[in-house]
Design a protein around this ligand. Structure first.
Ligand code: ACM
Length: 600
């Protein structure tokens, strides 16, 4: 017989992750029975439906959807415009009235309420089918909650290693379960182009496959001899976008230009700055094989973006713009002359090819604007030629973020020093393919996106915008500062060739990031070993890792990798944060420094 009785209060607190702004647990608990009635305001129906479907699957019950306002509904989801945007108030009551009442500011708030309700039901709510005698039991409580940051993003790199569609959908589920609301899909890079484009079929016919991959760091030059590839059809894309929307996640596509394009150039070599045939890149690191930033390339990518705007519904489209060596441009007198002809000159009055970087991105940003979308670029593209409505994602540190805001750009913080989740998680010799800085779970929890930068992560950026506003971080006269839209964690996949490897790198650190981005009123001192940090890890251990276990997530155990999660003999490359900060004082406009190796 299934246990359907309402029991005593849960003896352990529900351990919500991310923590809500306020949680009051009362006496007793309620059981949502088979045949329960769910009434949601029409604007909030997608969130109510998403919760109903997971609850029905996990607990083997049917929940009936009834009219909004129907009497005797057991679960009620209503609008409350007095709540802050994205916020909600959830009452799970053992007394009079509905079993559950969720009052939500908007649809985003309803999605957050749905995920909190799912977590309150315990790990069983994360299963795809019911355990014997599983019961949808909720602790009586009141949760009042609203997001700290608007853009709570995670980047998933599906270019370095293609991730099959089903795994992308699962990743969307996991992001939503942590109140993350943006998935930046990094669809194109030197090592692969993943988006089928009707106008340019060779992008995927040629660009989505490579002959092999480097094993571990590119420094070894060791290939695995195994072809790798894959791409998403337009139907796949529309499915991913719709699936994410249904869960309150916006998919921001990223088409990386004018660098990171070797897969494009393998398919369409006429777009290259350097003549000749090439293959899709098989090694990691930064390539100086870049686009010729010509009107022809602008036209090509404008057509690509037209299709992107048809298939993705996000108000933002990311254009990359990171790590663009200008060597190949400097080699060509016609490109130098073109820069001069466009008025892109340096202090000596000669054509400054570095400014073609901003010029090229500005043309595509204008094109996106004409389609009602806003461009997003990595911070190297920030400079005098970047239109002010373009969002800057600051990955090299917080100083560049400050400078971009002072120059009027909205900013997303994504510093590699804190939130690159491909970076190694421990010092142990058993850490698989240890690249980048040491970033433990506790380090990620200590990330502070809102406070003034501590000087540890800064890079200096100097110069002046075309409109005269300085870009050195000093407030610009007459320029309204841009907003901090939010923060984003990055899952780059050079060394993550499967969903299992992504699970290991992303979890549980993504849960720590999610709490930092979502939770209002977190203690300022979250340093590793602090009271707040220890409490978070304990909440994770007792309440949240069991949820991830139930969902089948192969996270990194707190004590280190399982033996089967190690990669013996595969070489990483360690970076030393303090040592790099000591020399990284000045990367200048354009940002790319000869000899720098990128994230690994
Ligand atoms: C980046 O890590 N190149 C954005």
């Amino acid at each position: 017989m299934p246990d359907t009785a309402a029991g005593p209060a849960a003896t352990v607190p529900p351990g919500l992750v991310p923590a809500p702004a306020s949680l009051q647990v009362a006496e007793g608990c309620v059981v949502v029975p088979d045949g329960a009635r769910l009434a949601a305001a029409p604007q909030l129906a997608p969130a109510a439906r998403a919760w109903r479907r997971t609850a029905e699957a996990a607990f083997g019950i049917d929940i009936a959807t009834v009219e909004a306002g129907a009497p005797d509904a057991d679960v009620v989801v209503v609008l409350d415009a007095a709540l802050p945007p994205g916020g909600y108030r959830l009452r799970v009551g053992a007394g009079q009235g509905p079993l559950v009442e969720a009052a939500c500011a908007d649809l985003a708030g309803a999605h957050a309420a749905a995920q909190t309700l799912r977590q309150l039901a315990g790990p069983a709510a994360f299963r795809y089918a019911p355990a014997p005698a599983a019961v949808l039991r909720l602790p009586a409580c009141e949760v009042t909650d609203a997001p700290r940051l608007e853009w709570r993003g995670v980047l998933l790199d599906v270019a370095r290693h293609f991730l099959p569609k089903a795994d992308v959908l699962r990743f969307v589920d996991l992001a939503a379960a942590h109140h993350l609301d943006v998935l930046q899909l990094h669809l194109t890079d030197d090592q692969g182009w993943r988006l089928a484009v009707d106008a340019y079929p060779r992008l995927t016919e040629v660009g989505s496959w490579r002959g092999e991959s480097t094993v571990g760091t590119w420094r070894t030059g060791r290939g695995d001899g195994r072809p790798h590839g894959g791409c998403y059809s337009r139907a796949d894309v529309r499915e991913i976008v719709a699936y994410a929307r249904e869960r309150g996640v916006t998919v921001v596509p990223e088409i990386d230009v004018p660098g990171h394009v070797q897969a494009v150039l393998a398919a369409y070599p006429e777009l290259a700055a350097r003549a000749g045939a090439r293959a899709v890149r098989t090694t990691w690191g930064i390539s100086d094989d870049v686009l010729d930033p010509s009107p022809r390339a602008v036209e090509f990518f404008a057509r690509v973006l037209d299709q992107v705007c048809e298939d993705f519904d996000a108000p933002f489209v990311a254009l990359g713009g990171d790590e663009v060596p200008t060597t190949a441009w400097r080699e060509r007198p016609d490109v130098v002359a073109r820069a001069a002809g466009l008025g892109l000159v340096g202090p000596d009055g000669a054509g400054d090819v570095a400014r073609l970087h901003g010029w090229f991105l500005a043309r595509l940003a204008e094109h996106l604007r004409s389609r009602g979308r806003r461009a997003v670029v990595w911070d190297e593209a920030f400079g005098p030629d970047l239109p002010r409505d373009v969002v800057v994602t600051a990955w090299r540190g917080t100083a560049v973020a400050r400078a971009a805001r002072a120059a009027g750009h909205d900013v997303v913080l994504a510093p590699e020093q804190h939130v690159y989740l491909d970076h190694r998680q421990g010092h142990g010799a058993d850490e698989p393919v240890p690249v980048g800085f040491l970033r433990t779970l506790e380090d990620v929890y200590a990330f502070e996106p809102v406070a003034e930068p501590d000087g540890v992560t800064g890079v200096a950026v100097r110069g002046a915008r075309a409109d005269g506003a300085p870009v050195d971080g000093a407030p610009a006269r007459g320029v309204a500062p841009g907003r901090l839209l939010g923060a984003q964690a990055q899952v780059w996949t050079e060394h993550l060739d499967s969903a299992r490897r992504i699970d290991y790198a992303a979890f549980p650190r993504l849960a720590a990031f999610a709490e930092v981005a979502w939770t209002r009123g977190l203690p300022a001192d979250r340093a590793p070993g602090s009271r707040a940090s220890r409490a978070f890890v304990e909440r994770l251990r007792t309440a949240h890792l069991p949820r991830l276990d139930a969902a089948g997530v192969e996270y990194r155990p707190l004590a280190g990798p399982h033996p089967w999660q190690t990669r013996p003999g595969v070489q990483g490359h360690l970076r030393d944060l303090a040592a790099e900060v000591a020399v990284a004082g000045d990367v200048g406009l354009g940002g790319w420094v000869e000899g720098r190796a990128g994230a690994e």
